[in-house]
Design a protein around this ligand. Structure first.
Ligand SMILES: Nc1ncnc2c1ncn2[C@@H]1O[C@H](COP(=O)(O)OP(=O)(O)OP(=O)(O)O)[C@@H](O)[C@H]1O
Ligand SMILES: [Mg+2]
Length: 634
């Protein structure tokens, strides 16, 4: 296999951080190269350098043996590098096709209203003057000019469709084309068919038509552009097995499909090297399998892929080679045949990692959260929750399992006051908090780890310290009357950051400068560090490295043992199985069954998640009964 990319001695410093320290690696044509590393190890930074978003302080990059300078993403794209970012970069209100084409359409709109107005003005004057002499020929020249104009427009469209003309049609070119066609037609008519003294006027009519028809041409050109882009997107999606509808709105698509759009975007720009930064973090297991199929298809057709993930299983399944980064340095290179998950974990973290959570039996107390017949709508006003009943007791973990998109997001949002319920009740510690504000809910002692950390969990532009205080900055000891006591706040933030091992050079830097996983740790640190009664955790370990997952799982069980009621929503079956005392399965907006975690197998759970009814109707009935009205039996 030939080398397609080689990086040598890449070093990148941020204030207070050495993000990449003399990193070197090679990527071969048609291979999948996986990068593993702790949160903050420098993976995204390295990829951003390859994609031209950052420039390295030291080091060289070669593509196909040629040294290259990558100053910005345009350079990277020209060199055949495409990147799908850890956090997607799509415009939700645009269609798939618009998002894919964005940035490749002509950026300068060459059409000038001033020029058009000027030409139109002169034309109208001359037309008026000419008309004084040749009024009876008005209909003749109008017809001829019209014919000329339409013929040119058609010719133009044909040329684009056949791919001869770029889409960057300028007004001048268009004007010339229409004018030339009109003149030619008129000359033929005037000299050959029916000699007439009105030729100058006729020519002039053609020019006028040319100017006036330009706006219509722009509309036609845009429509054509869209058609051509749509066709190309369809071809690409067929070629690589990336099923998407080019006309769908991004906002309406599930994440898995949005990601295909991101991949298509790179293919549309003819990428040979694809960088996928944690593509599976937001995917369901099924979507991940589909993505792997797509990746296999891509490499089979000669593309090379750099793949970043925290999931060791995935690396073992899909990678040809594996590179491990720690503290910005390459600490190892291996392949799935030569290594094991445990060894990879150790290489990443530098110590042995306990991949299994050990927890004792729960000793549940009073009911803390009680949900009865809850209904709510999704963003498109379709029913998302269709009568959810559940309860969580102090000192137990209720895991909500389910395929993503079965109402879990809406459930968490309604419980935390981020979205209204359309019916039913939510009671926390006996208080009715149906449709209460997030602050009311928070003040009852509810912690929330949201699914979308950047959207609902953090103010990215705020310093780390402020984000650690979002829920209680206004309360003592951090506030005294209207005054915020920054010394206390900073002291507290320092302590929490150290305790939760948030890797940041300082608590004063904007949170957006933290690596994705460390942003998540900021949220976890904030929510775990205040007195709470109920913890609502949605995908709490998404994007975290194995070491941090181990840590957070341990903390979660510790909270349970301190008597906190925990509602855990996760699409990771392993996580649900490992942490839950009881498991509620959500399907199409309802809880289709609640079972004791030690009485169900992975397979049975998988079936329930797919909407199957359990075989033993009786026990199912009993379980459903148990949750009705939120009152526990026994
Ligand atoms: N724009 C920036 N300004 C300052 N520091 C930064 C910036 N971007 C990244 N860093 C720092 O560089 C280090 C490496 O971050 P990077 O995002 O590359 O980690 P990562 O390996 O991708 O981690 P994760 O798995 O959490 O995504 C981190 O310590 C981070 O805080
Ligand atoms: Mg990253």
């Amino acid at each position: 296999m030939t080398r397609i990319l080689e990086a040598r001695n890449i070093t990148k410093r941020f204030p207070g951080v050495l993000a990449n320290d003399r990193v070197g690696f090679t990527l071969k044509e048609g291979e999948i190269l996986a990068f593993l590393g702790e949160n903050g190890a420098g993976k995204s930074t390295l990829m951003n350098i390859l994609y031209g978003l950052y420039t390295q302080d030291e080091g060289e990059i070669e593509i196909r043996g040629q040294p290259v300078e990558i100053q910005d993403p345009n350079d990277a794209i020209a060199l055949g590098i495409g990147m799908v970012h850890q956090h997607f970069q799509l415009v939700p209100v645009f269609t798939v096709a618009e998002n894919i084409v964005m940035g490749t359409e002509p950026t300068r709109f060459s059409f000038s209203w001033r020029l058009l107005g000027w030409l139109g003005g002169v034309a109208a004057l001359l037309f008026f003057l000419g008309g004084l002499f040749a009024f009876e020929n008005l209909s003749q020249w109008l017809l001829a000019a019209l014919a000329g104009g339409i013929a040119t427009a058609a010719l133009y469209g044909l040329l684009i469709l056949l791919g001869f003309l770029s889409r960057r049609l300028t007004f001048r070119l268009y004007f010339l084309l229409v004018a030339a066609a009109s003149v030619a037609l008129l000359l033929i008519r005037g000299f050959v068919l029916d000699p007439s003294p009105q030729i100058p006027l006729l020519v002039f009519g053609g020019l006028l038509f040319a100017a006036a028809s330009y706006p219509a041409m722009r509309v036609l050109a845009t429509a054509l552009d869209r058609y051509v882009a749509g066709r190309r997107i369809r071809t690409l999606s067929k070629q690589y097995g990336l099923a998407v509808d080019p006309d769908a709105l991004i906002a309406d698509l599930p994440v898995g499909v949005q990601q295909r759009v991101e991949i298509l975007k790179t293919l549309y720009r003819e990428a040979q090297i694809l960088i996928l930064d944690e593509p599976t973090a937001v995917l369901t297991p099924q979507e991940t399998d589909e993505l792997f199929e797509i990746m296999r298809g891509l490499v089979a057709q000669g593309k090379s892929i750099i793949f970043i993930t925290h999931k060791l299983k995935e690396v073992m399944t899909i990678a040809d080679r594996i590179i491990v980064l720690r503290d910005g340095r390459v600490t190892g290179e291996t392949s799935p045949e030569e290594t094991s998950e445990a060894e990879l974990a150790e290489m990443m973290v530098g110590r042995e990692v306990d991949l299994v959570v050990d927890k004792g039996k729960a000793s549940p107390g009073e009911v803390v959260l009680e949900v009865a017949n809850l209904t709510a709508e999704d963003q498109r006003h379709q029913p998302a929750l269709r009568g959810v009943d559940l309860f969580v007791r102090a000192g137990e973990v209720l895991g909500v399992a389910g395929v993503q998109g079965n109402g879990q997001t809406e459930l968490v949002e309604v419980l935390t006051g981020l979205q209204p319920a359309t019916g039913g009740t939510v009671r926390i510690l006996g208080h009715d908090v149906t449709n209460a504000s997030p602050r009311t809910v928070t003040e009852l002692g509810v912690a929330h780890i949201p699914e979308d950390r950047q959207e609902d969990g953090l103010v990215l532009s705020f310093p780390v310290a402020d984000n650690l205080m979002l829920c209680n900055y206004y309360e003592p000891p951090f506030a005294r009357g209207p005054e915020i006591r920054f010394d206390r706040l900073y002291e507290y933030a320092e302590r929490v950051v150290a305790e939760f091992d948030v890797r940041t050079p300082s608590i004063a830097i904007p949170t957006q400068n933290l690596s994705g996983g460390n942003q998540q740790k900021v949220i976890v640190a904030r929510e775990f560090s205040r007195p709470i009664k109920l913890l609502i955790a949605a995908q709490p370990t998404r994007g975290l490295d194995v070491g941090s997952i181990e840590y957070i799982h341990r903390r979660l069980i510790q909270k349970r043992d301190e008597g906190v009621a925990v509602l855990l929503v996760s699409v990771e079956l392993d996580e649900i199985m490992a942490l839950s005392d009881r498991i509620a399965v959500m399907y199409e907006g309802q809880i289709v069954g609640t079972v004791d975690a030690d009485k169900i197998t992975r397979e049975e759970l998988g079936l329930l998640m797919a909407g199957a009814r359990p075989k033993e109707e009786a026990s199912q009935e009993a379980d459903v009964q148990e949750t009705k009205g939120g009152i526990p039996v026994g």
